[in-house]
Design a protein around this ligand. Structure first.
Ligand code: SF4
Ligand code: SF4
Length: 83
């Protein structure tokens, strides 16, 4: 069963590509990816593996530029015990 969790929403206008969030992410599901048409950049933080993200929010806490907000993921159907 998939637990409910929040996922990081990265504001690419605020993100500078500094990489702090990538360094603190325990499961290593963030990476710098090229944004825009040019292959040389700019690079911005990207969640490349949603399923691997634990929702711990360390990335949002660490970002010095306030570029990451935690957003509740689609919870799906309620578990039996909550009905
Ligand atoms: S810490 Fe913030 S500004 Fe730096 S790469 Fe991550 S999201 Fe972007
Ligand atoms: S919430 Fe935690 S696991 Fe998910 S991307 Fe941020 S630091 Fe990594």
């Amino acid at each position: 069963m998939t637990a409910r969790k929040a996922l990081p929403a990265i504001d690419t206008d605020r993100c500078t590509g500094c990489g702090w969030c990538i360094g603190v992410c325990p499961p290593h599901v963030l990476s710098l990816q090229v944004q825009g048409p040019q292959p040389w950049g700019p690079k911005r933080s990207t969640l490349h593996d949603e399923a691997g993200c634990t929702g711990c929010a360390l990335c949002a806490v660490r970002c010095p530029f306030d570029a990451i907000r935690m957003v509740r993921a689609d919870p799906g159907p309620l578990p039996q015990s909550a009905q």
